[in-house]
Design a protein around this ligand. Sequence first.
Ligand code: S3P
Length: 432
Amino acid sequence: MFSEQTNTGINGIVTVPGDKSISHRSIIIPSISRGICEVSNILKSDDVLNTMNAFKEMGVEIKEENKKIIINGKGLESLKMPNKELYLGNSGTSARLLTGLLASQNFDTVLTGDKSLSSRPMKRITNPLSEMGAEIKTHDGKLPLHIHGKSLKNCQIQIEIPSAQIKSGLILAALNTEGTSCINEHHITRNHTEIMLETFGADIQTKKFDNSSKIIINGKKDLTPKNIDVPADLSSSAFFIVAALINKNSDITLENININPTRNGLLIALKKMGANIKILNKRTRAGEIVADINVKSSELNGCELDKEMAKLMIDEFPILSVAASQANSPSQFKGLDELRIKESDRLELIHLNLNTCGCYSEIKDNNIFINPTKNTEIINPEIRTDYDHRIAMSFAILGSKIGKLHINESESINTSFPTFKNQFNKAGGKLY
Ligand code: S3P
């Protein structure tokens, strides 16, 4: 895909697709609850479709009617042994959450994925699960995973890595385990699993401390479905937000965006940089906070963010770095270790691509320093993405400001935002 400078700015009202994290959970949790659940505005991207197919393979009735997904759940132990391996494509969320869920089922499964997912670490979920007695074979710590499903023992687990995927995998394992399990996380990570389970009547309680929380689950309790209206994805909105900020004559409104405080770091960071962002009509829906977001072109300053902030905006560093590259002063973002093991080595690709776009950046100890160069001259217009959807979209946005860039392997965008190109062009972008 090519991205060219916009000559109109980025304008209008944008309807961003459903949140990816909540969409995965909107399939997983109804599939193990008892009753019918109607899900509106689910994200139909490759990642979410892979989760949906996995549950169909395990015998769950899932159909589409009037643009809604209808899931007929039959209980915590109703899943059937699939006839084949479950292929999860590029989706780390599906892999980690399903590993936890399937470890406590009474059948065996094999999880596989694409090249990127097959290179990502899985011991982070299989190790804590083994404390519950789970039997999972990895291929040198990676996919394919061979899960020997069995009854697990309840646990007191400490999670050292900041990861909602690990936490959620363990919660799903604990739901189908007799007795009380306690999961202690020493960081703040997104809490969509806990929120949805509470609305489904799970016996789950979260005790919050400053930068940590304790989640207590009494297992083997039936879940009762509630219909779900998936709010729009802040991580996908982020591309439009930054596009509007860095391009002159822009004014956009993004509707119905999930601004859950465990992952709204991008909005805090951009405001710190002087962004003209207004949060409108804040409301709560099924425990999740949603709002409309208005964004206007802004003169941005650089900013410094510490490692605690990284946890609240882990997926947004590629696009935040694009914003920082167009600011009036340097930025430094610290504690980006986890970026190395996302869909690609994001830290390296941010650095490499910013530099080929003529913007100076440097990595030291997994911190990135970005020194914006005004009147950027593109050294090489070829953007390397390693099939990473967020790298592809971030540099498409940079192209809308600095000029023609060629985004390689841009089909990866289907992972999370299949309508990105159309919607961005409707708002004034020039992607083709
Ligand atoms: C996700 C958690 C995050 C995030 C990913 C989605 C989730 O991963 O990067 O895109 O839905 O739980 P980690 O838990 O590995 O940080």
